[in-house]
Structures are given as structure tokens and as C-alpha cells.
Design a protein around this ligand. Structure first.
Ligand SMILES: Nc1ncnc2c1ncn2[C@@H]1O[C@H](COP(=O)(O)OP(=O)(O)OP(=O)(O)O)[C@@H](O)[C@H]1O
Ligand SMILES: [Zn+2]
Length: 656
């Protein structure tokens, strides 16, 4: 192998490559490329982990996988394929999630470097926290279409993955979705919720019926609304939607009339909503034509054009019947899972979204457009993955040589920038944010929430797990010695449905949160806020200082010393609206210009002999917390779409 021939690499580096132990997290588009690069450049001790199995759709860009591997573990097959390049390498594969408690700080401390090749924010945050605690350098990477990014995360030296707020995945207020949609995406979200109500995992938060608790409807919710009983949550209590659909044997006409005629009439009766909006126009099945002929099976035509109303209604009817068949085949209690690649599920969502759009006079979309919006799809491009993975491994060389100062974040772009760069390094290494809610000396955030409404379960699932990316949080109320949430199964279940107020968690209280698996402690100051219509259910502010009235100019923020918390920037997280002052969230724009030109300005992208001293893995010491990471308890995480702030330059980047 070329990499082992003397003179290809500077000898010190060659030795370090041989001696190092590398963990690759994720064996997908970037992970496969990284693994191939590692074995080809002489790395000999590699571990790779991926929780997934190989899907046909992976084969166009994950070149360690072939047709015969479909259905098999990604990590295991990646290992086998990579070994064919270098049978002498030692590769250990784990078919598992990195967020389980098999992989705690002790596990991470065994590595010289960790290379992330993940596709979701939850797993990235988790690895970020463990690498910080274990003090192992982490190279984080991601691509989105033609854009890519590689950054080093090193405790005390660079920003961590969570130092600055990332734009939250866009969510929409329930009343917009249920009562007053105004954009195609509102109808698409509603249609996905409807799918879940009828066939999927039904979720109280995904109610599709008119919301009489909408503050904008005011006291005057209309005659029809008054006549019907609303339940204590303000939802119109019909028989459970799924039970009702079953009773009427998924009759497309009945379902259509309920959703698009009765419910719309009901909304019309909430007259306050339509004072400054165009009212919706109810649609009744027998006044519509249903296409007589089959809607084209030509998948391109079917995907690209906006279907006529008769065609849409036909697709609606056919997809309901097909989903009914699939659903009734399942064992009692089981449900379907919405998948953009499932023809009937996608047809159903596209048809329902377009019928609702028409009712609300919102532009309708092609199936393809709806699929992209519903599935948050940005195409993965093999070349971007390959370039990005190449940069990851070159960055790994720098890290092994302890040339951290040369590891500036690198962006891969489609077109050269005004400086003629296609691969663009940042100008400086950005130091950690001293107010980071993860890597600061004393991580803290303020949580603004309606304490009369938020339940303990919602605090755990929506805030600690979903928004703050914890896995197994324990929560106590400061000064009261009371356990609010325990990670021990069942121990605090009795609190789950209580509101924060009922738990005596009111304005000004401080919660101490500890996630033993991540070795992560966070202090949360709770501020009560009254509910408002379009407001997000909660807001997390990572810099409590930013909430105080500005009396005097705060001292300018200097580059932070490693372990010292200092005043600085504010950040807003999640709950949807972020008020982060530093957030630069630009939209990724796909260019169609294919004229690529690689111009390297900085030598540090190119491999070059190094003169720096190298040492083995840096000394690490980790404080053990109350639970050993080996204790087993499966960790569940929800995937989130990630994207990050960018540098000062024109285009954006990032990535999942
Ligand atoms: N918690 C986790 N532990 C281990 N591996 C993970 C975890 N979360 C995600 N992954 C893996 O990270 C990889 C990311 O690769 P990639 O972005 O190419 O996704 P993909 O699923 O292969 O492709 P696509 O999402 O485009 O269909 C996936 O193989 C995924 O299984
Ligand atoms: Zn940080």
C-alpha cells in the first residue's frame, strides 16, 4: 500500500498513523469514505459503529456496499469491505447506536481521535459531549448536497458542536396547522399528522381537528363550535379519529367529507379567525369529480406535475384503501410508519395536502415537491461525501501531529468564491463560547415556559431529550431536595402527568439536571411565561445575562480561558424561535453550475511534512459520576435535522 512506502508520508506521521486508534461513528455516505481512506493511508487500529442496516438507496454512494449486502449491518459490511483493501488492518465493528450506555467515557478514552460521520443532531451532540469529557479530539463532518464541512472539536481550544445555536428544525404552531394554514408546508405537516392519526403512531400533539382553544378565536368560537363539546384541552372531542375511520371501514367519501367539509365548516364558524383572512371553502365529495381513468403510473409524470382536482381525489381514495389493507394486516396495536419512499403513504400525504391547500387557497405542489418538503430531503452527492471524507482524514493527520492550530474549519463549496477557493478554510480557529450550555465551566440555561401547562413528561421528552439532546436525564429541584425525574425506570412515573406548577416548579426555580451517560450537568432556571397564540411552547436561552435589562455596557468578551466561564454571547435554542444573537442561519442554496475548480490557498489542506513534536494520546482524566457508564439501559434518541451557522463569507454550509 502506497501509504506504507517510505517517503509518501513524513516518517513521524507514518509512525503516528500506525500507532493511533481511531473511532468512526457512522458508516453511511461519509463514514464509508472515511473508513476506506483510513485503511488506505495506513491506519491499523480502527473501530466503526453504525446502528443501521444497508438499504438499496445507499448503494449509489456508499461504495463499500453492494446489492448482496442489502439488509445487513452497515458497520459489519463496511469492515469486511475495507479489510479487502488492507487485510492487515484491525477493524472492530459495532452494529449499535453510539448513544447507548455501552459507549461511555471509558470507551471514548481509548481512542486517539474520533471521526463523526453522522446524520442527526442528537447523535452528534452526544458524541460531542463524550469527547469533551474524555478530552479526545473529535472531527465533525457533514454534507448537504454540494456543500460540506469539516471541523475540529477540541476541548478548551475550539468551539464545540453546541457552542452556538443551530437553527431549530422548523416547527409550526398547532393552531396554524389545525385552523389557519397559509403556506403549502402547513398543509403538508397537517397531512402527515393525519396519516399518523389514521394509520401511524397517534400523538396527542398531532391532532388534525379544529382547535377551539385557539386564542385568536376568542370567546366567540361560533355557533357550531359552541354546540359541540370541546374537551378540557379545547380539542373537539369526536370519537377517536382512527376508531371512527375503522367504523366506517375507511370509506374515502366519508373521510373526505369529515375532513374537508364538516371540519372546514366548523372552522368557518370560528368567525374571529376569518376577520383578516380569506375564509376556507369547504369541499364536498359529491360535488367533485373523481377522475375516471387511473392517474398515470409513469413515476416521473406522476411526480412532476401538479395533479388536477379529480386526479387528486382519486389518489386520495386509492391510497386510503391501500393503506387500510397494509394497516389491517398488522397485529393488533401495531401501526404504520410514514415513509416518503412508501408509495401509498406518500400518495396519501400529497393528495391530502393538496386538497387542503385548495380549500385554503394555497398554491398546490407536485408530488415531488411535497416529498422533498415532507422528507426534508437534500440529495446526498457521492463526490461531496468523498471530498469531505478526504479532508476529514487529512485533518486527522494534523491532529495526530498535534498541529491543532492548523485545523481550521473547512467548507466545501460548489463554486469557487471570490478568492478562487472551492475548498475554503476558515480564517481562524474559533475558541469555545464561555456561555456554551455544554462546554462552559458551569453550564446553565434559562427555560421560559408556561409552568401551569408544561408537564414533567413534556419537560423530559420535549425539552431535555429533544431540544437539549440528553439521553437519560435525572432532575432535581434545587433547594427542595425533591426528585422530579429519575433515569431509573419507573421511579418517578407518578410525576409524569403533573404540571411544573404542581411539582412546585414555578417562576425563578432552579432545576439541576444530570445526564450520567453523557457526564453532563446542566442548571436550568425556570421562568414562567403566559401562553400566546403563535408563540412557541417554550424557549431556551443559554445566556441568562441577555435577559437582564441593559444598564451598563458589559465588558468586551475576550478570548476565553479554557476553564473559566465568562460573560458573552446569548443564544436561543429550539422551541422553534431562536433568539440567538450570533446565529447566522442562511439557507443552503443549490447551484446548478457544475464547473468545479479546486484552488487551494492554504497549505494546510495539502499534506506536507511536519516539524511539530508529536506525542501519544494526551493525558486524560475523567471524574466519574454517580452511575457507571457500563450500567445498561438502552438510550433512545430522536433524530433531528441539523444545520449550522457559518463563517463570514458568502455561502453557507452544513449539514446533515
Ligand atoms: N446514534 C447513532 N449511532 C450509530 N450510527 C448512527 C447513529 N445515528 C445515525 N447513525 C448512522 O450515521 C450514518 C449517516 O450516514 P448518511 O448520512 O449517509 O445516512 P444514510 O442513512 O446512510 O443515508 P440517507 O439518510 O441519505 O438515506 C447512517 O448510516 C446512520 O445509520
Ligand atoms: Zn461549547
Amino acid at each position: 500500500m502506497a501509504a506504507q512506502i517510505d517517503g509518501v508520508f513524513e516518517s513521524g506521521l507514518q509512525q503516528k498513523i500506525k500507532e493511533s486508534k481511531v473511532l468512526v461513528v457512522g458508516a453511511g455516505g461519509i463514514g464509508c469514505e472515511i473508513l476506506k481512506n483510513l485503511v488506505l493511508t495506513g491506519f491499523q487500529d480502527i473501530e466503526i459503529i453504525d446502528l443501521d442496516t444497508i438499504d438499496v438507496s445507499n448503494l449509489n454512494r456508499q461504495f463499500l456496499f453492494h446489492k448482496e449486502h442489502v439488509g445487513k449491518s452497515k458497520a459489519n459490511v463496511a469492515r469486511e469491505s475495507a479489510l479487502t483493501f488492507n487485510p492487515n488492518a484491525k477493524i472492530k465493528a459495532y452494529h449499535d447506536s453510539i448513544t447507548t450506555n455501552n459507549y461511555g467515557v471509558n470507551f471514548f478514552q481509548r481512542f486517539s481521535i474520533v471521526l463523526n460521520a453522522l446524520d442527526n443532531r442528537a447523535a452528534r451532540s452526544h458524541v460531542n459531549r463524550l469527547c469533551l469529557t474524555a478530552d479526545v479530539p473529535l472531527i465533525e463532518s457533514g454534507t448537504a448536497g454540494y456543500n460540506g464541512q469539516v471541523e475540529l472539536i477540541k476541548r478548551g481550544l475550539t468551539t464545540c458542536y453546541e457552542c452556538f445555536p443551530q437553527p431549530a428544525q422548523k416547527t409550526f404552531p398547532g393552531c396554524t396547522i389545525r385552523n389557519t394554514p397559509s403556506e403549502p408546508i402547513h398543509c403538508i405537516v397537517w397531512a402527515k399528522h393525519l396519516f399518523n392519526q389514521l394509520f401511524g403512531e397517534s400523538n396527542e400533539d398531532e391532532d388534525v381537528s379544529p382547535d377551539t382553544a385557539d386564542p385568536e378565536a376568542g370567546a366567540n368560537v361560533g355557533q357550531a363550535a359552541l354546540e359541540k363539546d370541546a374537551n378540557e384541552k379545547g380539542n373537539v372531542d369526536r370519537v377517536n379519529t382512527r376508531a371512527w375511520a375503522k367504523q366506517c371501514e375507511y370509506d374515502p367519501e366519508k373521510i373526505f367529507n369529515k375532513l374537508f367539509y364538516d371540519d372546514i365548516n366548523y372552522l368557518l364558524s370560528m368567525s374571529n379567525l376569518w376577520k383578516n383572512r380569506n375564509p376556507p371553502k369547504p369541499a364536498k365529495w359529491d360535488t367533485l369529480q373523481v377522475a375516471a381513468d387511473a392517474v398515470t403510473e409513469d413515476s416521473v409524470a406522476r411526480d412532476q406535475k401538479v395533479l388536477s382536482t379529480p386526479e387528486t381525489v382519486k389518489v386520495f381514495a386509492e391510497s386510503i384503501k391501500a393503506l387500510e389493507v397494509a394497516f389491517t394486516k398488522l397485529p393488533e396495536g401495531d401501526h404504520l410508519v410514514w415513509d416518503k419512499d412508501d408509495k401509498d403513504a406518500m400518495d396519501f400525504v400529497a393528495a391530502c395536502a393538496n386538497i387542503r391547500a385548495q380549500i385554503f387557497d394555497i398554491p398546490r405542489k407536485s408530488r415531488f415537491e411535497i416529498k422533498s418538503m415532507a422528507g426534508n430531503i437534500i440529495p446526498a452527492i457521492a463526490t461531496t461525501n468523498a471530498i469531505t471524507a478526504g479532508i476529514v482524514v487529512m485533518r486527522a493527520f494534523r491532529v495526530l501531529q498535534h498541529e491543532f492550530e492548523k485545523c481550521k474549519t473547512v467548507y466545501v463549496r460548489l463554486r469557487v468564491n471570490p478568492r478562487n477557493q472551492f475548498i475554503v478554510p476558515d480564517t481562524t480557529i474559533i475558541p469555545p463560547n464561555p456561555k456554551c450550555y455544554v462546554c462552559a465551566a458551569k453550564p446553565e440555561v434559562v427555560l421560559k415556559v408556561d409552568t401551569k401547562k408544561l408537564t414533567v413528561r413534556e419537560l423530559r421528552d420535549d425539552i431535555l431529550i429533544k431540544a437539549l439532546n440528553m439521553v437519560s436525564p435525572d432532575v432535581t429541584l434545587d433547594g427542595m431536595n425533591s426528585i422530579v425525574i429519575s433515569s431509573e425506570e419507573g421511579e418517578t412515573d407518578c410525576n409524569n402527568s403533573k404540571t411544573l406548577e404542581e411539582m412546585k416548579i414555578v417562576d425563578g426555580c432552579i432545576l439541576k439536571v444530570d445526564d450520567f451517560l453523557q457526564n453532563y450537568e446542566l442548571s436550568i432556571t425556570v421562568l414562567h411565561k403566559d401562553p400566546g397564540r403563535e408563540e412557541v411552547p417554550f424557549e431556551i436561552v443559554a445566556d441568562p445575562e441577555s435577559l437582564k435589562p441593559k444598564e451598563e455596557e458589559s465588558a468586551p468578551t475576550a478570548a476565553p480561558p479554557v476553564d473559566d466561564a465568562q460573560p458573552s454571547t446569548s443564544k436561543g435554542l429550539n422551541g422553534s424561535s431562536s433568539n440567538g444573537k450570533n446565529t447566522v442561519a442562511k439557507q443552503i442554496e443549490d447551484d446548478d453550475d457544475d464547473d468545479l475548480c479546486i484552488v487551494e490557498e492554504e497549505e494546510d489542506i495539502v499534506d506536507k511534512p511536519s516539524t511539530s513534536k508529536a506525542s501519544a494520546t494526551p493525558g486524560k482524566s475523567v471524574e466519574k459520576r454517580k452511575h457507571a457508564p457500563e450500567e445498561d439501559e438502552p438510550a433512545l434518541k430522536k433524530a433531528k435535522v441539523s444545520s449550522q451557522p457559518l463563517e463570514d463569507d458568502d455561502d453557507l454550509v452544513i449539514l446533515d
